[in-house]
Design a protein around this ligand. Sequence first.
Ligand SMILES: Cc1cc2nc3c(=O)[nH]c(=O)nc-3n(C[C@H](O)[C@H](O)[C@H](O)COP(=O)(O)OP(=O)(O)OC[C@H]3O[C@@H](n4cnc5c(N)ncnc54)[C@H](O)[C@@H]3O)c2cc1C
Length: 498
Amino acid sequence: MGYKQARLRRLNDRPSRREGDYVLYWMQIFRRLERNHALDYALVCAEVLGKPLVVYEGLRLDYPWASRRLHRFILEGMEANAERAEKLGLNYWPFVETERGGGRGLLRRLSERACVVITDDYPCFIVPGQSAALAGKAEVPVMAVDSNSLVPVSLLGAPVSAAAHLRPRIHRAFAEAWPHRASKRPKIPDAARKRVRAPFDVWRAKDVAAFVDGLPLDASVPPVSGTPGGTPAARKRLRRFLKRRLDGYAEHRSPPRSLEEGHASGLSPYLHFGHISIEEVVEAVLATTGDWSPEELRIHNRGKREGFFCDDHDVNSFLDEALTWRDVGLNWHWSRREDAQRLETALPPWALETLGAHAGDERPWLYTPEELEAGATHDPLWNAAQRELVATGVIHNYLRMLWGKKVLEWSPSPAEAYRTLEHLNNKYALDGRDPNSYTGILWCFGLFDRPWAPERKVFGRIRYMSSENTARKFNLKPYYAYVEGLPAIEEIRSGAGA
Ligand SMILES: Cc1cc2nc3c(=O)[nH]c(=O)nc-3n(C[C@H](O)[C@H](O)[C@H](O)COP(=O)(O)OP(=O)(O)OC[C@H]3O[C@@H](n4cnc5c(N)ncnc54)[C@H](O)[C@@H]3O)c2cc1C
């Protein structure tokens, strides 16, 4: 196992039960059947024990911010996984709750027949709590496997206070991690393929859209068109990015544009739900440049944004987001867990101090969370960004920063601003509920940043952003035109815009 040991965490100390019927892989967030370290490990266990492997992927009705939008995306992924499992010859057991509590106790019952349970090690949302709950009850070992990023998160070291501190650590570990990527196509030993009948009706839907519409879910967050879930859809988006958007990424990612017109990859929903592995993305992006090899990384540029992987400006820029910035959130959550998400424990002392000193400042504009959710502010750019988020489940990266900063400015307190942002981001964004949801929002309050001058009202020394400056910096006409073509927020929330 060697290097891969760094990805493994034992969640209880129960002895393995060799007489069990199968090895159980409980897929919670790395929702894919290829390039998945957790699946690879489960297959090794099945081979060593000479047992079938069962992949169980479940979906409850009551996860926080559950909606038709999130359900549809996840279920499209499950539909694709069912097809893939059939081809690979894997026992794949999808379970979808159709009434609240319908799945209660199911996982525990499945674990009672297992030799060992393998699951995903992800430091955010409901995953750590769910895994710990099963580990506490199960009579067999529960092992969590980290398939979050290219470098195992446990090797990234102590949480950093700035991306600049993590970049050299990733660069240092990259060459060693590279040969240990998860299997492109998992090797399935004969024993693992042996058929096992599921003790429940596995989920199958002829029409995922109609199925989701029939579930008791929040209908005010409808599914989005244009971003279907699943590994095949993720790969299609990756291919389009490589063909049309990577070229020019460094220069043109920031100007606000639709996904179609801009240079962002639009991969974050797929990365969040694990429909695609960051290893596959990095491999594909690096393959576009002829001048790179893992043996010839430019060590003299270690820790720099430019020139470490290759000479291609766009590739280096993309990898800095997809590796450095994405891993910042994972690293931050890995050891800090809940503390990673609380203003008072997450923010650096200077940020807490300056926000505290300006807590009593008069706010020229004050909005309730409901007004913000409805995109009913005096600021057309902010309202447009909110409309994009509500209508498409995506929000342009540059505007997302402005969007967060303004909520801080227009809320009665930083604590209320933070609650509002967490709620809106996690409710509407397909990529929400992620380590980077929290680090992204907290960045708006000073995390991973430094004090800025001049000291301002409400913000104190927190970096300030304004719609006026954004309008000076970029031509916003194409963005406004794009948003004008989207359904209005009230139409969407009433279900009419779906
Ligand atoms: C207020 C706020 C909230 C945010 N909430 C989320 C969130 O819920 N989920 C989320 O994944 N990201 C979040 N981010 C970070 C960033 O906005 C998104 O990752 C990015 O816009 C996703 O679009 P993309 O896939 O087209 O990015 P690309 O530019 O194509 O980048 C490729 C990948 O790199 C990673 N990445 C890019 N930018 C960042 C960044 N600034 N921080 C961390 N990782 C990054 C993402 O995984 C992304 O998919 C937030 C940022 C802010 C300011």
